[in-house]
Design a protein around this ligand. Structure first.
Ligand SMILES: NC(=O)c1ccc[n+]([C@@H]2O[C@H](COP(=O)([O-])OP(=O)(O)OC[C@H]3O[C@@H](n4cnc5c(N)ncnc54)[C@H](O)[C@@H]3O)[C@@H](O)[C@H]2O)c1
Length: 242
């Protein structure tokens, strides 16, 4: 699959490199030209065991490239992962300026079937904002999804390649199908508040203590109601209209 990563920082570099290593064609965009120039030379600005080697191998194999040009980064891409920073403001709220800026930059260049996936840590309702920024700049609706990240610095490659759960938030089954990937990994699919339909893809065992951090971190979703529904279900994928 052709994939774009927006923001070649910690999350973006690990995500993009691991996706390239599993055979995808990945372009990483960053608006810091010095960072892009360094990455092209194989200089990795973060410390993560094994990452430099993995970047070099995949760049050499032609599966991973770096650019500061939004049009080149997203041309023909099916999935575009937003991995820019969302720093805290003084009042504790997340600053979404970088998310907004990159939406406006990439939107005019997105493919017809593009899915924009937010990996950055964002608050309640952010995906509706993302969809509206994309529409404003593209002049049409663009599919969006959430796929929050649980990487631990120092073990990020293992966390990405062998996740104990993957969390996807979307209101379209087609989008979920594209993102679901490896069926052996527990998948929790949730919907945003006020969506017309709920999608719960399992297997996902809510009694599993590993599941709790994932649910707790999903502050932007209706986790209370969802967790109640998951309590007595641990297997078959299900889609129940409201
Ligand atoms: N670092 C972690 O361990 C971690 C784990 C889980 C989630 N997160 C979340 O993931 C997000 C990214 O975190 P990070 O640590 O990778 O941030 P980072 O600061 O390391 O990287 C962000 C990158 O985005 C680039 N950028 C900013 N605006 C851009 C634009 N308009 N176009 C292109 N590139 C742009 C910056 O130059 C920078 O290189 C944050 O929301 C963070 O909260 C981080």
């Amino acid at each position: 699959m052709k994939i774009s990563i927006i923001g070649a920082g910690y999350v973006g570099l690990v995500t993009g490199t691991c996706l390239a290593d599993s055979g995808n064609e990945v372009a990483c965009l960053d608006n810091d030209p010095e960072k892009i120039a360094a990455l092209r030379q194989g200089e990795v600005p973060i410390y993560e065991p094994g990452l430099t080697e993995l970047i070099k191998n995949n760049a050499r194999a032609g599966r991973l490239r770096f650019t500061d040009d939004p049009a080149k980064a997203v041309a023909g891409a099916r999935c575009i992962f937003i991995c820019v920073g969302t720093p805290q403001r003084d009042d504790g709220s997340a600053n979404l300026e970088y998310v907004r800026a990159c939406c406006l930059e990439i939107a005019p260049h997105l493919a017809e079937d593009a899915i924009v996936v937010v990996k950055s840590t964002v608050p309640v309702g952010a995906n509706r904002q993302v969809a509206s920024w994309l529409k404003e700049a593209a002049g049409r609706d663009i599919a969006t999804a959430s796929n929050p990240e649980f990487l631990k610095e120092g073990a990020a490659i293992d966390d990405f390649t062998k996740p104990d759960r993957v969390v996807v938030g979307a209101d379209s089954e087609d989008v979920v199908a594209v993102l679901a990937g490896d069926e052996s990994v527990p998948l929790l699919v949730v919907e945003e508040l006020h969506c017309a339909r709920r999608h719960v893809g399992i297997p996902f065992d809510y009694a599993d203590p590993n599941a709790r951090p994932a649910l707790l971190s999903l502050r932007n979703f209706e986790t209370k109601s969802l967790s109640g529904r998951l309590g007595d279900r641990t297997s078959t994928p299900q889609d129940s209209p409201e």
